[in-house]
Design a binder for this molecule. Sequence first.
Ligand SMILES: NC(=O)c1ccc[n+]([C@@H]2O[C@H](COP(=O)([O-])OP(=O)(O)OC[C@H]3O[C@@H](n4cnc5c(N)ncnc54)[C@H](OP(=O)(O)O)[C@@H]3O)[C@@H](O)[C@H]2O)c1
Length: 327
Amino acid sequence: MLLWLKAVLVPLVRLYLCGVKVLLYQMFNRPFTLPVLSKQNGRVAIVTGGTRGMGFETARHLTSLGMHVIIAGNEREEGAAAAKKINEECLEGKAEFVFMDLTSLKSVRQFAQKFAERCLPLHVLVNNAGTMLVPEGKTEDGFEFHFGLNYLGHFLLTNLLLDLLKRSGQHGCCSRIVNMSSATHYVGVLDMDDLNRRLCYSSHGAYSQSKLALVLFTYYLQEQLTAGGFPVTVNAVDPGMVDTALYNNLLSLAQILKKPVAKILFRTPAEGASTVIYTAAASEMEGLGGCYLYNGQKTQSLDLSYNSELQAKLWKKSCELVGLQEV
Ligand SMILES: NC(=O)c1ccc[n+]([C@@H]2O[C@H](COP(=O)([O-])OP(=O)(O)OC[C@H]3O[C@@H](n4cnc5c(N)ncnc54)[C@H](OP(=O)(O)O)[C@@H]3O)[C@@H](O)[C@H]2O)c1
């Protein structure tokens, strides 16, 4: 009973309180307005989960700047339709869809391999795809679903593309990695002994853990890149609460309550994506890495996320889990 309270009820209450805090902020603060960004013809970007929601808005905007955008997603028809829609709208740039299922490490490896074979450069990687509050389940490789999809899939993808990002960047024009985190990371607890939440499953705890892991990963990777003198930056973004299909897994009562609140207080997908696009493409962000951005501003993340020992521990464990040699 005590374990259930600690592992299930506490994360649920903390996550909803976190949501209320974000909504109060959104009630009294305007959404970030994206400045006009300069054209970026010739730059190549990958946006995971770019078929809908904020990923779609990000892919659309980056394409409109003249970039060649690869939408990486797990729904072929939806993905092709998203790319078609963007290409019809954008006079410059180009969008295309390439299949990648983040719940399968094999699929992530195949995607990275195929991408490498094309000999394209890579200037921007937006690790946007995600899922929230799904019932207990495992990915193809046996990882807890949120941890596997939101975090480990992106961890592997980034590492597989890292050499290319390093080669494609230049000092004064760095390659950029943007990790989509969330305010829920503030209530995240990283259980290094039970990352897959086998002891007592809580979808709320699992989601916030995956978003905290992304922040720890962001800071650790930036440290490594800076130490190596590589022209690549990596930042984490918190988009606020945004009205997308991400909330489809809320319990039915929460769904009913969410609808009217979302209409008034949630950001639109375009508003939510604005900080992601800014981080990925604004000249103001040139050379800036290791930041947590919210509403267009650099903000403090959870104190624990700055703990370099924990960052290193998570990095090491993640390498083991996805079968990467530690770098
Ligand atoms: N909405 C919010 O309030 C909010 C707040 C904080 C953070 N975020 C984060 O923002 C990101 C984007 O979410 P969103 O709100 O725009 O939600 P969304 O509309 O549900 O978009 C999620 C995207 O992820 C893709 N995806 C899901 N499973 C995948 C898989 N196995 N492999 C590859 N792609 C997969 C989806 O593609 P398919 O349709 O093809 O499955 C979809 O394009 C997520 O990381 C989310 O955690 C959202």
